[in-house]
Design a protein around this ligand. Sequence first.
Ligand SMILES: [Zn+2]
Ligand SMILES: [Zn+2]
Length: 195
Amino acid sequence: MMESNMLEISIGIYIAIGILLVSIGPVAENISKEIDRARGTPLSNAFMERDQPSERKLLLARITITIGFILLWIVFIWGILKDHWNIKVTRQRVKERSKGLWFSYMGGHGTVSCKGCDHTEDVTSFIHGTNSSSSGFQCQGCGKFASIRSGGPGKANEYEDSLVCKCGGSLERKKVLFCPQCKSEDLSYRTLYIT
Ligand SMILES: [Zn+2]
Ligand SMILES: [Zn+2]
């Protein structure tokens, strides 16, 4: 008697968690996305030469997925949470990348201006010569900008100077730029010329 009670309670709790999961957060989002995908857009439906599924069918699909999830949530939950987490991390990275200046997104030679302290400085991001090119670097220690020549075709990553600044800091090209004076990353860039 006692044991069957425990089993019923466990099943009750399990299903309650399932119902909670399908009503809120990432799982609810996921189910809605699945249904949207099944519905398709006029364009994707035209492309696949199919009619949009009827709303009745979609409702049936939603009910099936929901019940399936409530019964089997323990199987799906980790995958859904992992996807959710990955999307969050990617969004965060895109956001971080879109803030601040990066040599890889700056063309040619131009002026960097700091919005924090009004410091401005001419900086080379990347320019081509006839037999060589010059790439911009920034010392991660003192913030000094450097333009370093490298070899011609096939030798673009062979730099003529050492990538160590006079202060001992390392010269980096794949880091967000910061103001040499106040260290602010709130900078703007205006291209003067591109070669
Ligand atoms: Zn500054
Ligand atoms: Zn330095």
